[in-house]
Ligand binder design. Structure first.
Ligand code: NDP
Length: 339
């Protein structure tokens, strides 16, 4: 079986974090509902990922797959493929759980669903706090962060971090908290370079993790007006040919050379291998400069239905949208949690 060798970066708690992870968000379907059809494919692809050497797994309460992710992890431990301490498991606290005491409730529920004794990293998924009924709870993320500091102190998690925080929010958090976040997970890809945010994080020892690393490059995310590059972009194809690599590999390698960890999602075994086969070549400076020119600030993930909520982190758009029920109530709108 093929094997990949994924290097590690250091977190500010002194622990290693593998420089590439496996993302487990399967998305919502055309009706804006969670569709479990792809869950068995994800289980197969994640099993394969661990077999070939992936050690970093990114999940979240929102994704509804913590039970299945935990089953794969525990099976691979039982099979002797990997030890728990060799794995790096991240999950996230959803924005219904922003009261200080609720953070521990959420983390303990994730541990139960994953059937794990500790997490390597837990993130505040978004800076806003929104109830299941779509009410703006206006809870300051500084309060929520105290809940994160508490689960860290209790040993439920090895590191705590945030996600979708902009620079101002991160600076305010750092200035007013005991524990500096170990990581900020945000959208970064060739269109959205996030230079200011990345520079701030790297200067302050906060590891940057890129979600949606392919942006709108891949067909599932390709919008009618979305900008280049696509998978057939001639410039990137030419660069890839020079190194014997695909356009997606060039993309992930470029982010790695910026010191950024990517967590691409795929339910396709061949892509699991492809995405991690980026540590055996290096883009030269000319190619890095060329690729950097695709950065135009274009955002792929735009949850404009949250934009009027306190602490929404992105620029606002002139639209008014309803929050999809599946992002508020777990069972596609029913007011029930996942088991
Ligand atoms: P990605 O950029 O990872 O794109 C996923 C898509 O790319 C899928 O359609 C997949 O297809 C396709 N794909 C994957 N690899 C290849 C390849 N080598 N060649 C061609 N196509 C490929 O986007 P995501 O939005 O899924 O982000 C990745 C992860 O980041 C998520 O799974 C989640 O863990 C995290 N995330 C976090 C967010 C946050 O708010 N913190 C928000 C969004 C994501 P297929 O599966 O069919 O192979």
């Amino acid at each position: 079986m093929a094997k990949v060798n994924i290097p590690a970066l250091k977190l500010n708690n002194g622990r290693d974090i593998p420089a590439l992870g496996y993302g487990t968000w399967l998305g919502l379907n055309d009706k804006a509902e969670f569709d479990p059809t792809d869950v068995p494919k994800m289980v197969d692809a994640l099993s394969y990922a661990i077999d070939i050497g992936y050690r970093h797994i990114d999940t979240a309460h929102l994704y509804r797959v913590e039970p299945e992710v935990g089953q794969v992890i525990n099976r691979k431990i039982q099979e002797g493929v990997v030890k728990r301490e060799e794995l790096f498991v991240t999950t996230k606290v959803w924005h219904h759980y922003h009261r200080e005491a609720d953070v521990e409730v959420s983390v303990r529920a994730s541990l139960r669903r994953l059937n794990l004794e500790y997490l390597d990293l837990v993130l505040m998924h978004w800076p806003m706090s929104i109830s299941q009924d779509g009410v703006d709870e206006k809870i300051d993320y500084l309060e929520t962060w105290r809940g994160f500091e508490s689960v860290l102190q209790k040993g439920l998690v090895k590191a705590i971090g945030v996600s979708n925080f902009n620079v101002e929010q991160l600076k305010r958090l750092v200035a007013n908290s005991k524990v500096v976040p170990a990581s900020n997970q945000v959208e970064i890809n060739l269109n959205l370079g996030q230079k200011e945010l990345v520079d701030y994080c790297q200067a302050n020892n906060i590891v940057v993790v890129a979600y949606s690393p392919f942006g709108t490059m891949v067909p599932s995310r390709n919008q009618p007006n979305s900008p280049e590059p696509k998978l057939n972009n001639p410039t990137l194809v030419t660069i890839g040919k020079k190194y014997g690599k695909t356009v997606t590999q060039v993309t992930l390698r470029y982010l790695y050379q910026r010191g950024i960890i990517s967590i691409p999602k795929t339910v396709t075994r061949s892509r699991v291998l492809e995405n991690a086969s980026i540590f055996d070549f290096a883009l030269d400076n000319d190619d890095v400069r060329t690729i950097a020119q695709f950065d135009n600030g274009y955002r792929t993930v735009v949850p404009a239905f949250w934009q009027d909520f306190t602490n929404y982190p992105f620029e606002k758009r002139p639209v008014k949208l309803e929050i999809p029920l599946a992002l508020r109530r777990w069972k596609n709108g029913a007011n029930l949690d996942i088991e």
